[in-house]
Design a protein around this ligand. Structure first.
Ligand code: SF4
Ligand code: MG
Length: 331
C-alpha cells in the first residue's frame, strides 16, 4: 500500500467548513507473505478504513494498492471478482455477517459456490473439512447461527474466510466482542491456521495485548496516518513515537519481567475528530514534548535506522532514537 488516502464527504457543519473527513491520510504499508501485520490505533484512527481499502470493499481516494504484484487500486468490481479468491475479511461482529436463515455448512461453503468451485458434493466436503479445521464436528454444518455462542460464530466466520485458501486475510477487530478467555482460543486458532495455510494477515485492533500476541510486525495508526512501524519485539522494547510510548505506558503489563517503560503517561484531550484539520504533526495538540516546528511541519515517516523501524516524529534522531516521554518529561 503506497500513499493511501480515503476521504469521505462530510455532512456536518464542521465538515462543510473544514472539507472532507480524512479517514486515511497517506498510509504506506507492506505485508509480507505469511506475515501477520498488526494495525493498532484508537477507534477513529482510520484503521478499519485501511482494511476496507486493502480488501477493496471501498474505493481509495488516492494511492496504490498492490496484491501479489497486481495493482488493484483502480480495478473495477468485475475485474476484482477473480481476485476475491485471494482476499477475505473477518469482521468484529460475526452475528451480523452470518445470514441467520442459512445453515452453517452452507455459510462456510458460500464462497466456493460464488466462485463456482467443484460440484455440490465437493463443496460440501470442503466446507466440512474447513469446519473441522476450526474445531467443529460434522453435525455443526446443519445448525443455524443463532444456536451458536459468540466464539463459535467467530470460528464459523473464520472457516468461511479461509475455505478458499486466500493469500490475505483482513481481520478487523475479530475478537473484540468476545470474552477474554474466548479471545485467546480464537487467536491461537488463527495463528495455527496461519502457520498451516501460510496466508498473510492484516490484523486490525485497538487492543495492545491482542496486537502483541498476534503480530509479527506492528504499525501504529493515529488520525489517518501511520506514526511508527516495527517488529513486535522492537516496538514493545523500544517504542520511539511519543504516541506509541503513551499507549504502551497506559497498557497493563501482564508480565513483570518485561522491559516495558515504567512511567505512565496520560495524554491530554481525546482523539480529535477526523474532520479537524491539524497543521504540522497530527499528534502535536496532545504531545507532551512538542516543539515549535511540530505545529507547522509534518514529520516524515523516517527516522530510526536501527532494525527497520520508521517513526514519524521530528524529535527522533536516526542514530539515537526518539524522546522518552515516560521519563518525567510529561508536560
Ligand atoms: Fe510530538 Fe513533535 Fe514528535 Fe509530533 S513531531 S510526536 S508533536 S515531538
Ligand atoms: Mg474500526
Amino acid at each position: 500500500v503506497r500513499g493511501l488516502v480515503k476521504h469521505y464527504p462530510g455532512r456536518s457543519r464542521a465538515a462543510r467548513r473544514n472539507g472532507p473527513i480524512r479517514a486515511v491520510d497517506g498510509v504506506d504499508l507492506r505485508i509480507g507473505r505469511g506475515e501477520v501485520l498488526g494495525l493498532v490505533g484508537e477507534s477513529g484512527s482510520g484503521k478499519s478504513t485501511v482494511g476496507k481499502c486493502v480488501a477493496r470493499l471501498t474505493d481509495p481516494t488516492e494511492g496504490r494498492i498492490e496484491l501479489l504484484g497486481r495493482d488493484i487500486s483502480t480495478i473495477n468490481r468485475r475485474a476484482m471478482r477473480p481476485l476475491r479468491r485471494d482476499v477475505h475479511v473477518v469482521f468484529q461482529d460475526a452475528y451480523s455477517s452470518l445470514d441467520p436463515r442459512m445453515k452453517i455448512g452452507d455459510i462456510v461453503g458460500g464462497p466456493l459456490r460464488q466462485h463456482g468451485e467443484g460440484d455440490a458434493a465437493q463443496r460440501r466436503r470442503r466446507a466440512l473439512d474447513m469446519l473441522e479445521r476450526v474445531g467443529f464436528r460434522a453435525r455443526m454444518a446443519t445448525r443455524f447461527p443463532h444456536e451458536l455462542s459468540g466464539g463459535q460464530r467467530q470460528r464459523v466466520a473464520l472457516a468461511r474466510a479461509l475455505v478458499m485458501a486466500p493469500r490475505l486475510v483482513v481481520a478487523d477487530e475479530p475478537v473484540s466482542a468476545l470474552d477474554v478467555s474466548v479471545q485467546a482460543s480464537i487467536l491461537n486458532l488463527l495463528l495455527d491456521l496461519q502457520a498451516d495455510m501460510g496466508f498473510s494477515c492484516l490484523f486490525i485492533t485497538h487492543d495492545l495485548s491482542v496486537v502483541e500476541f498476534i503480530s509479527d510486525r506492528i504499525a501504529v495508526m493515529y488520525l489517518g496516518r501511520i506514526v511508527e512501524t516495527a517488529t513486535r519485539e522492537e516496538l514493545f522494547a523500544h517504542p520511539q513515537h511519543p504516541y506509541t510510548q503513551a499507549l504502551l505506558s497506559a497498557a497493563p503489563v501482564p508480565d513483570p519481567r518485561t522491559t516495558r517503560a515504567a512511567g505512565r503517561v496520560v495524554l491530554r484531550g481525546d482523539l480529535p475528530s477526523q474532520a479537524t484539520r491539524i497543521p504540522g504533526c497530527p499528534f502535536h495538540p496532545r504531545c507532551p514534548v512538542a516543539v515549535d516546528r511540530c505545529r507547522t511541519e509534518v514529520p516524515p515517516l523516517a527516522g530510526v535506522t536501527r532494525a527497520d523501524h520508521p517513526v514519524s516524529c521530528h524529535l527522533v534522531d536516526p542514530a539515537t532514537g526518539g524522546p522518552d516521554i515516560t521519563q518525567g518529561r510529561n508536560g
